[in-house]
Design a protein around this ligand. Structure first.
Ligand code: GLN
Ligand code: ZN
Length: 754
């Protein structure tokens, strides 16, 4: 008999209960006991769906691991307060609204591998000293027992991945801490065995990344130390294949190994041959990161021979934790029925695993109807005219490299643009959005519910745009924007205006802590039916003689922040998006907009986990951007914006985009940016972000001047812009006005100096 299991379930709750509970707790509306109680209720609900002890973390499972290991940052511990207070201070810093000194930083937040989930980065230093405190975990085990769940599998973050995704705050290396960390893990395993736990899942996704000798060696060492016969370890790897870590992984002395074969099965024959005798093989066959129904027959074709060979030693599961998909499709009553029949959310993926197990244990005939329904849905999706649009395939087939190239090189274009735009030295601008006030959100909500008609809504947005233009003129900015009041989200807004996109109503996915996102779904060929932003931007331009910059979201960001179709390469979908947004670019240009910004906030996020796969991704991603942007005449100035400062390693790709101006987030690490500039002779114009919009602190004009003066040492003054480091939509007007004023003052001062 094959065994089914799951690697993790969404913990936010079907109605985002965790979000509301956390927020109530932060506002002191509920006590710690109530927080615990509600969290347990969520756990219970999840456990009853699946036999596993998937822990519902307070905020983040990595931070929970740090808490359990006694590894919260010393700077926060020394502020006093109980463990949970320190925990939330680490997660949220001074924005928690408590008495925490603004000078004491929260833990850094980073993306969990190549997903959109953010974890709190563990910190290490020479003084790091782990002490095991498993009280929360033990409490959950006891609670599960009370519920009659005896055979629960406990899920832990593996020690090597924990070290690997953390950061040393001094010159020490994370691996220095391994011996002590292993002592804690070994102690924990003993304790779990005492509590009657028979299976522990240890997550080691770092095994699908590039590991040098020292990390490979650490794996061997660690699992030798943790080797035990008191309980069984299921070592789980996911988010890709093992590649050159395959042989290493098979040598680790564990009782079970989980691999992700949802995308490729290339390593399966080798695994079947070299799996240590007695070791259980868990195959991650259902894609845990996307929302499409699985092809159950195809999976059975792969599983049946493996089952013959392994018998009871075969387990099946989703590829990774289902934390990355929404909970339950049955809630989407309002969704287009046809498209909905092609989808599977977490609950449905668990059901797929059960159908597969049934078919393996009792033959396909035992689930004939279910398999047939699955096959019909897939066949229908495959043939649907909603998915395939011959006009779009023809346009993609006709793409020509010239379409992605400007007519002249930057140096020549710059002359024409300077002539037309007549901007001063150090032009000032913003990244696009201005504060999204409660009034704007309420208005949009009312319009969506039908309480406000189209015309009234449109007029209200026009009023908002004109207010935004007046504010910018009052501050004295050089290049203005319309303010993006019509946008709820930079991807969703464009998605809603493109054919091929669909939206769920309850498809929330945890992004970090209490924050959830509802990624749009690309199900078919992308087509722009009519202009999207043109009325707003041309209206803004009609109000002023200063240049108004058109604001668009780029194709790669659209792709990386959506659930993407799995029936064609991502690159093809990217090109379709590029063609659609290119039309918007050309329409804006034709309507007299001289500056157009195409945001690629998420370009870096799409980088594959393996460096060897970077060039392929970067090639098509940059091609998509070029296709979007570069159809304009020399006189039209293209800007792009990126939300990250680590661009040293992809600088040549950024240069290949050939945007006239790039604005970039730097406020947290100006040094990195300058470093990159120094190494690579950046040839075009650059706006280093001088105002950290994630912080409530207003930079002084002296600080801004200093930052720009530093930049001048690396890039000529004639090519430097002054701008915040990202959009202003999350800030309040009272914060934005003085910050922008200081930017303008700094520009005046700098012009006098140069
Ligand atoms: N234009 C967008 C804004 O200003 C850019 C947002 C982003 O980079 N994340 O909000
Ligand atoms: Zn940004």
């Amino acid at each position: 008999m094959v065994t089914t299991h799951n690697l993790g379930f969404p913990r936010i709750g079907a109605n985002r209960e965790l979000k509301y509970t956390l927020e109530a707790y932060w506002q002191n509306k509920i006590t710690t006991e109530e927080l615990e109680k509600q969290r347990y209720e969520l756990c219970q609900e999840n456990w009853q769906r699946q036999v596993m002890l998937d822990y519902v973390p307070f905020y983040d499972h990595v931070l929970d691991t740090s808490l359990m290991l006694g590894n919260l940052p010393q700077r926060i511990i020394s502020l006093g307060g109980d463990a949970l207070t320190s925990y939330f201070r680490t997660a949220r810093g001074h924005s928690a609204g408590d008495t925490l000194d603004a000078g004491i930083a929260a833990g850094e937040m980073t993306k969990w591998f190549n997903t959109n989930y953010h974890y709190i980065v563990p910190e290490f230093s020479a003084n790091t000293c782990f002490t095991l405190n498993p009280s929360h975990l033990i409490a959950q085990i006891k609670q599960a027992k009370e519920l009659g769940i005896e055979q629960a599998k406990v899920v832990l973050l593996g020690p090597i991945t924990y070290l690997r995704i953390g950061k040393c705050r001094d010159a020490s290396s994370p691996l220095n801490h391994l011996p002590q960390l292993l002592t804690c893990y070994a102690e924990l395993l003993c304790l779990l065995a005492e509590f009657g736990i028979t299976w522990v899942q240890i997550d080691e996704p770092a095994l699908v990344t590039d590991l040098d000798d020292s990390w490979q060696h650490a794996y061997l060492n660690a699992y030798e130390v943790l080797r035990t016969d008191k309980l069984n370890i299921m070592l789980t790897t996911y988010f890709g294949t093992l590649g050159d870590n395959l042989a290493l992984t098979c040598r680790l002395p564990v009782q079970g190994l989980h691999v992700d074969i949802s995308q490729h099965q290339l390593e399966l024959p080798w695994l079947l041959k070299h799996l240590p005798p007695g070791c259980i093989l868990s195959l991650g066959v259902v894609d845990g990161r996307n929302i499409w129904k699985s092809d159950l027959h195809k999976i059975l074709d792969i599983l049946e021979p493996a089952h013959q060979l392994l018998g009871d030693r075969l387990w099946i599961a989703p590829s990774c934790s289902l934390l990355h998909v929404p909970i339950d499709l049955t809630r989407e009553a309002g969704m287009d029925v046809e498209v909905r029949s092609w989808l599977a959310f977490a609950q449905q993926k668990v059901e797929e695993i059960h159908i597969l197990a049934q078919a393996l244990n009792h033959g396909r005939a035992s689930v004939y109807d279910l398999l047939r329904a699955n096959q019909q849905a897939l066949a229908q999706r495959h043939a649907s005219t909603r998915v395939h649009n011959p006009e779009i395939s023809a346009a993609i087939a006709e793409l020509h490299p010239d379409m992605g190239s400007r007519s002249s090189p930057y140096a020549q274009r710059a002359v024409v643009q300077k002539e037309r735009l007549q901007l001063p030295l150090f032009p000032t601008t913003t990244i696009g959005s201005f504060p999204q006030t409660d009034a704007i959100r309420r208005l949009r909500q009312a319009w969506r519910c039908g309480d406000v008609d189209d015309l009234t809504y449109q007029q209200a947005i026009y009023d908002e745009i004109s207010l935004c233009i007046r504010e910018q003129l009052a501050v004295g900015l050089d290049v203005l924007v319309h303010g993006e009041a019509e946008r709820n989200d930079m991807v969703e807004y464009f998605g809603e205006h493109l054919q091929g996109y669909i939206f769920s109503k309850f498809g929330w996915v945890q992004s970090y802590g209490s924050r959830c996102v509802k990624p749009p779904i690309i199900y078919g060929d992308i087509q722009r039916l009519q202009p999207i932003t043109l009325p707003w931007i041309t209206y803004a331009q009609s109000l002023t003689n200063r240049a108004v910059k058109g604001m668009l979201t780029g194709p790669v960001t659209m792709l990386n922040w959506s659930f993407v179709r799995d029936d064609q390469p991502r690159s093809t979908t990217a090109m379709q998006l590029a063609l659609a947004i290119r039309q918007e670019v050309l329409d804006l240009e034709a309507a007299g907009i001289h500056i157009i910004q195409i945001d690629e906030a998420a370009l870096r996020e799409g980088l594959p986990l393996r460096k060897s796969q970077w060039p392929e991704y970067l090639t098509w991603a940059i091609e998509a951007f070029r296709l979007t942007a570069n159809g304009v005449s020399d006189a039209t100035q293209i800007h792009t914006h990126m939300c990250y400062s680590e661009f040293n390693d992809i600088m040549s790709s950024i240069m290949a985009m050939d945007a006239d101006v790039i604005t970039i987030e730097t406020s947290r690490s100006n040094a990195d940016l300058l470093d990159a500039l120094d190494n690579l002779n950046y040839p075009n114009e650059l706006g280093p972000g001088v105002y950290d919009i994630h912080s409530p602190i207003t930079p002084s004009h002296e600080q801004i001047t200093t930052l720009i003066q530093q930049t001048c040492q690396y890039i000529p003054a004639t090519r430097i812009w002054i701008n915040p480091d990202c959009g202003l939509k999350t800030r309040r007007w009272e914060e934005v006005r003085p910050a922008l004023k200081h930017m303008v003052e700094a520009a005046v001062q700098l012009r006098a100096m140069h």
